[in-house]
Ligand binder design. Structure first.
Ligand SMILES: [Cu+2]
Length: 125
């Protein structure tokens, strides 16, 4: 059997394997790397549940630290500790929350990383 025929047969099964309701709110990806947080301005809708997917494409660890943002958000589920999400190299983490209106600062607190560009602003309106 050729590869293309196999993928044609599997395609419908894959399409059905992506339920929307079970996965909750649509994801917003926040990409950490050496030494950026992208996007640098994260816009979210106040009071609307969102799933933040933090990714770390680099081989070294980074974190997304935004204590005010996480403290004001409600229904926070995911690996947030003391206002930060820590990511080892080449890992990702998903945090679902309902953000509160406001403008918040975010940064990586690893030594020197903010100075090298790892900061972001979260605007919730
Ligand atoms: Cu960092």
């Amino acid at each position: 059997m050729t590869r293309s025929l196999l993928s044609m047969m599997l395609a419908p099964a894959i399409a059905f394997a992506v339920p929307t309701a079970a996965q909750g709110p649509a994801p917003v990806t926040v990409a950490l790397s050496n030494f950026h947080i992208a996007p640098a301005t994260i816009r979210l809708a106040a009071g609307r549940p969102v799933r933040l997917v933090f990714t770390n494409a680099s081989g070294s660890s980074h974190n997304f630290t935004a204590p005010e943002f996480f403290a004001h958000a409600t229904v926070v589920t995911g690996p947030v500790e003391h206002g930060e999400v820590e990511l080892a190299g080449h890992t990702s983490a998903s945090v679902t929350l309902t953000p509160a209106r406001g403008t918040y600062k975010a940064k990586c607190t690893h030594f020197g990383h903010k100075m090298m560009g790892m900061s972001a602003t979260i605007i919730v309106d």
